[in-house]
Design a protein around this ligand. Structure first.
Ligand code: FES
Ligand SMILES: [Fe+2]
Length: 352
């Protein structure tokens, strides 16, 4: 089951080069993405209307995509505009097109009811943009797990103490005893935790020379369908506990991860992530160091998630037991169920 009426990350902008189309399964549907000669990003169903050849095996020709089998060409609306050796083009010669918006260095796609696509609903991520005061690097992993397992993982930061003990983790008791406030606003859930007077994790101590031995740490996780924004930071001991600073101030250091979660199939997902830092932003070595540290943690998560999915697939009827620290993850699962019920079943030709 997928939430269809929602904006999802389809690609990073640099993946669309304008030369070779990109084939990618999103929400169970094969999609071809490409960049027109004029720079516009396009998404169509990845199936030629002639004999079902994947269009992603074809070529980008100017502002069109050309099928690699018999040369039919399509425009960005999915309409066939050229059939070699034939003047008349039947009205039915078209493929589905999807609304695409490129914003904040993200290629967003809408795969639900087209009339409901509203670009103003795209969750902002200004920290990718030049001049934002942040520097970042991006990555994509395709992970063999159901997308809701990644939601659970990001919403539950207590696993840091076990899965990520060598990077962003820290002392288990600090994690389990941290204050956590979970609030819901519309279709978003925000969890805030303060870990006061605690040892900063290795990611910070490696990236920030001269950081004090202890600090007040904040962790803010904002869930939206398809995107979780994680904002963490350190500030001098004694200052923490109130509102999380909108932007890190003097003596404060922030890290942000963009966690784009796009289902591929029922048991696989695309994880589009970026790691951004608010300090030493003109030094690419710091960006690489932060990236490398976060990369290790996400590879650790990927390993856990794939093992979980393998067990779930082997024992599909086995039940789960909830614990106290599942509070934020369970709220997200409820929110997802509410939305799935609202949207109703997917059209039958879609494999959802
Ligand atoms: S299958 Fe695409 S042109 Fe024939
Ligand atoms: Fe993790």
């Amino acid at each position: 089951m997928f939430i269809r009426n929602n904006w999802y990350v389809a690609a990073w902008p640099h993946e669309l080069t304008g030369l070779k189309p990109l084939g990618r399964t999103l929400l169970g549907e094969p999609v071809v993405l490409y960049r027109q000669a004029d720079g516009k990003a396009v998404a169509l169903q990845d199936r030629c209307c002639h004999r079902s050849m994947p269009l992603s095996d074809g070529a980008v020709v100017g502002n069109r995509i050309q099928c690699g089998y018999h040369g039919l060409e399509f425009d960005c609306t999915g309409r066939c505009v050229l059939i070699p050796g034939q003047a008349d083009i039947p009205a039915a010669a078209r493929v589905r097109s999807y609304p695409v918006v490129e914003r904040d260095e993200v290629v967003w796609i809408w795969m639900g009811d087209e009339e409901r696509a509203d670009a103003s609903k795209i969750v902002p991520y200004p920290w990718h943009n030049p001049g934002s005061g942040w520097a970042h690097r991006k990555q994509l992993y395709t992970i063999a797990c159901n997308w809701e397992l990644m939601n659970d993982n990001v919403m539950d930061l207590t696993h840091l103490a076990y899965v990520h003990r060598n990077t962003i983790g820290g002392n288990p008791s600090i994690h389990f005893n941290a204050e956590m406030k979970v609030t819901r606003e519309g279709e978003s859930i925000k969890a805030v935790r303060w870990l006061r007077d605690s040892t900063p994790p290795p990611t910070y101590t490696k990236a920030i020379p001269g950081l004090a031995a202890t600090a007040d740490r904040w962790q803010q996780i904002e869930y939206f369908h398809g995107l979780i924004r994680v904002y963490t930071g350190v500030m001098p001991v004694g200052r923490g506990g109130g509102e999380v600073p909108a932007e890190p101030g003097r003596d404060e250091h922030g890290l942000r991860t963009f966690d784009g979660i796009t289902p591929e199939t029922a048991t696989s997902m695309h994880f589009f992530w970026s790691a951004a830092h608010s300090f030493d932003i003109d030094n690419p070595a710091t960006t690489d160091l932060v990236y490398d540290q976060i990369d290790v943690t996400f590879l650790e998560d990927r390993d856990v998630l794939e093992r979980q999915q393998a067990r779930m697939s082997a024992l599909p009827d086995a039940k789960w037991v909830d614990i106290r620290n599942d509070v934020a993850g369970l709220q997200v699962r409820r929110l997802v169920r509410e939305r799935l019920a609202l949207d109703g079943p997917a059209p039958s030709k879609m494999a959802a």
